[in-house]
Write a protein that binds this ligand. Structure first.
Ligand code: SF4
Ligand code: SF4
Length: 127
């Protein structure tokens, strides 16, 4: 039996980018290297410009810097807040590539339900 890829059941083009508003989006060394290459910067320059350190209970964690956002309050600095999309798709960190880690996105299910319930295809619920 050959493995089958599950059908993707979410549509990011109909979502204002909720996952990009997560306050802690981890950036590993390989992600900094990718960003540095993308912007022709050194590792240190890219790290300083695009990331900051967060003190979690598990220890320090390097995360993406944020910017202000009218929809969610705060969102990843690489997010285009007008077009509502990632501006560095090819160079985005691994965690962004993996999300939502399956065929379904919980927020998309939520937004679909709320839009149907409200009778408003553009409604944006705040999770
Ligand atoms: S929250 Fe889900 S539907 Fe919205 S952009 Fe992220 S992955 Fe796509
Ligand atoms: S790098 Fe792109 S995909 Fe990742 S959180 Fe930022 S805007 Fe979203």
């Amino acid at each position: 039996m050959s493995p089958t890829t599950p059908r993707i059941q979410y549509d990011c083009s109909k979502c204002p980018g909720y996952c990009c508003s997560y306050p802690r989006i981890e950036v590993k060394d390989a992600d900094v290297r990718r960003l540095a290459k993308h912007y022709a910067l050194s590792f240190e320059q890219a790290e300083r410009k695009f990331t900051r350190w967060y003190k979690s209970d598990e220890g320090p964690e390097r995360i993406l810097r944020h910017q202000k956002d009218e929809t969610y309050g705060s969102i990843c600095r690489f997010f285009d807040t007008t077009a509502r999309r990632c501006t560095i798709y090819a160079a985005r960190p691994a965690v962004c590539r993996q999300y939502p880690n399956g065929a379904k996105c919980g927020y998309y299910e939520f937004i679909k339900f709320e839009r149907k319930h409200q009778g408003d295809p553009d409604f944006v619920p705040l999770a």
